[in-house]
Design a protein around this ligand. Structure first.
Ligand code: 8YV
Length: 328
């Protein structure tokens, strides 16, 4: 008797090649028009699904997990961050969770570097000026930004992406400083000529540019709190390509508005897709729509990881990218 294929529910539109392969391998329910599913729709879907493939835009909370039918055994998330999934309840319900680490490291590091350059050099402001039709031509004191070369970069979270940012930053003459739960292997420290700061407070007070590259977990929520942001120098910049929740966004806006921080480059926001309207009024910020890993290649690689995780799991093996609560 032919075995029935597992039912895989995908919450958002994925690259065509990935959707085609998913359909070949599994009984797959796609979201062709890419309208984010409501909580009620996800609850309905997990009643019969074997596998759920959510993204960062789906909050897979206790309500959803406790409504799941007995067949739901795997959440194969499309993305690296897992802060949208209630890992404790998943564990209690014996639902395995996987993610897609590694394949978006270089793209996210590129975008981080782009922001590190864009904010002090006023890239977006310059672009806006050109489009406004008001450019009067070159001037010796026009559009002056701040030099990158020779400055100190403080990386908060020295995992894969943090290290990839550090490698790029060295090419731009930045000295590398970092704060992490523990220091990275000394070979990596030596290669990057990186200085470890056990005290985040101390590091923030001494940096010219701060880059947030740690995951959002209960321990890193508002890690850059109002108190800590106040430790930064008024001439310093901050960029975030990780998760908005790591920075107290209201406090950041206050600091930017009062010129207590020189500028910010933000690809992520605390209440996505909502944006604090005050951010939109500030010239010293560069705002991007959570596009750090948004490359064609990256999205296909992420999809392939999702497929490998599902396939190995349904074949009875441990999936390669299993997420454990203890990792965070
Ligand atoms: C992804 C991300 O695009 O993978 C992550 O954690 O933040 C993004 O770059 C998104 O999460 C896809 O679900």
């Amino acid at each position: 008797m032919a075995q029935t294929k597992p039912l895989v529910v995908v919450t958002r539109k994925l690259p065509d090649a990935i959707e085609t392969r998913l359909m070949e391998l599994f009984e797959t329910r796609l979201n062709r028009d890419d309208r984010p599913m409501s909580q009620a729709e996800i609850i309905e879907a997990v009643k019969s699904a074997d596998v759920l493939v959510p993204t960062v835009t789906d909050t897979i909370d206790k309500t959803i997990l406790t409504s799941a039918g007995p067949r739901l055994k795997l959440i194969a998330s499309f993305g690296t961050g897992v802060d949208h999934i209630d890992l404790a309840t998943s564990r209690e319900r014996a639902i395995t969770v996987t993610n897609t680490p590694g394949v978006l490291t270089e793209d996210t590091a590129d975008m981080t570097m782009a922001l590190i350059l864009a904010v002090p050099r006023r890239l977006a402001e310059g672009e806006r000026l050109m489009r406004s039709g008001e450019w009067q031509g070159w001037g010796p004191t026009a559009m002056l930004g701040r030099r990158i070369w020779g400055k100190r970069l403080g990386i908060v979270g020295m995992g894969r992406i943090g290290q990839a940012v550090a490698k790029r930053a060295r090419g731009f003459g930045l000295s590398i400083h970092y704060h992490n739960r523990r220091n990275v292997h000394e070979n990596i420290e030596n290669e990057l000529e990186a200085t470890y700061w056990e005290s985040l407070d101390q590091m923030l007070a001494h940096m010219d540019i701060v880059s947030v590259n740690c995951p959002h977990t209960p321990a890193t929520f508002h890690l850059l709190s109002s108190r800590r942001l106040k430790l930064m120098q008024p001439s310093s910049y901050i960029v975030n390509t990780s998760r908005g929740e790591v920075i107290d966004e209201t406090a950041l806006v206050r600091m930017l508005t009062s010129s207590l921080i020189a500028g910010a480059g933000l690809d992520v926001f605390e209440h996505e897709p909502a944006i604090n309207p005050k951010l939109l009024e500030l010239d010293n910020v560069v705002l991007l729509p959570h596009m750090g890993s948004a490359t064609v290649e990256g999205r296909v690689d992420m999809g392939e990881k999702v497929i490998i995780n599902i396939k190995t799991f349904v074949d009875g093996h441990a999936p390669p990218d299993r997420v454990l609560e203890t990792m965070f």
